[in-house]
Design a binder for this molecule. Structure first.
Ligand code: SF4
Length: 343
């Protein structure tokens, strides 16, 4: 940490490669409707066997390659990344890579105990994002698909804060007719805590969540609901390519964010690559295919060869799916599942 980032490789739209999201597993202990609907990801679903997952050595090698191409922000995701055994060991290895300025993790919080939070913090993890879509058990349990209650996740947020992760970011996906009533509750619950709730427009990720435009609650409506109670003031982005639009409460009670991929797409500033748990490089959340990096890795390719492969794909990148969706409607059938891409 602290080293100037490597000059970033640019894509066809002059977007630098700055962020990589690394999925550590395609498995999850939740079945959120908008990501892993239980009717699809049921008992018979074939998840990636351990032998097909990137090893820690392979993840670290690829992370170093990404950093050498301009990446300074690494986010660990899944499925549910806390399901990956020995996670603090991997975190420590990634945190030691010169040039990794920001090492973050997104979790559903179910396994985030005080002990795990402290171990991840001690290993060098910088930030934690916890998903929480509602504050009433009935709604939350139906959304997560496994009947888990809210208190368990609130305890995870406390554990993260006590371990030194502050602010904790909370992600809440808002779906019409399901949890728009929770928007003001969630905002209110985290005012004056320093933690930041980011409300996410329900997206047509993957090909199995049955997405319909009419189920989207636009960011504008989410903000209006909150501002009706607590006036909001826009905040400038902290870094180019920041996904969330940020707002602070006029009364000083903190900050919220909205991620408006549907109604206010932000592809023009998208600097994110995604690495799946089985070693495929994806250049968009709504990708239908990715480049296999695991095979060349396991066939003995050196870092230079891997770097050429990654840079080659990024330089050809023209992805702007969300902007295209806004212009011409949803246009891709066989999108890879978000639980495989890493969100
Ligand atoms: S739709 Fe694709 S290109 Fe656009 S912001 Fe999302 S990940 Fe980036």
């Amino acid at each position: 940490m602290g080293r100037a980032p490597s000059p970033a490789v640019l894509d066809r739209l002059s977007r630098p490669l700055r962020d990589v999201r690394i999925s550590l597993t395609d498995r999850c202990n939740f079945r959120c409707q908008y990501c892993m609907p239980r009717e699809v990801f049921g008992p018979g679903f074939r998840f990636l066997p351990t032998a097909e997952l990137l090893t820690f050595d392979e993840i670290e090698r690829l992370a170093r390659v990404f950093v050498s191409l301009g990446v300074d922000k690494v986010r660990l995701t899944g499925g549910e990344p806390l399901l990956r055994p020995r996670l603090p060991e991997l975190v420590a290895r990634l945190a030691r890579i010169p040039g990794v300025e920001d090492l973050a993790l997104t979790t559903n919080g179910f396994l985030l105990t005080p002990e795990r939070a402290s171990a991840l913090r001690a290993a060098g993890l910088g930030r934690v994002t916890v998903s929480l879509d509602a504050l009433d058990d009935a709604t939350f349990a139906s959304l997560n698909g496994v009947g888990v209650g809210v208190e368990r996740i609130l305890a995870a947020v406390r554990a993260a804060a006590e371990a030194g992760f502050s602010p904790v970011k909370l992600n809440a996906v808002v779906k019409r007719g399901v949890n728009e009533h929770a928007v003001v509750d969630l905002a209110g619950r985290f005012r004056h805590t320093g933690h930041v709730v980011r409300f996410i427009e329900y997206m047509d990720v993957g090909s199995t969540n049955g997405w319909r435009f009419e189920d989207v609650v636009p960011a504008r409506e989410i903000l209006d609901r909150i501002a009706a109670r607590w006036p909001l003031v826009p905040v400038a982005p902290a870094r180019p390519g920041e996904v969330a639009r940020r707002y602070r409460y006029a009364d000083g009670a903190g900050e919220i964010g909205v991620i408006a991929s549907i109604t206010q797409p932000f592809c023009h500033g998208c600097t994110r690559a995604r690495l799946s748990a089985d070693g495929r490089l994806y250049t968009c959340l709504f990708a239908a295919e990715g480049l296999d990096l695991r095979t060349p890795l396991r066939q003995g390719a050196d870092d230079g060869e891997i770097r050429r492969l990654v840079a080659g794909v990024w330089r050809l990148r023209i992805d702007r799916y969300s902007e295209e969706r806004a212009e011409q409607g949803p246009s891709r059938a066989n999108k890879v599942e978000m639980s495989r891409l890493g969100g």
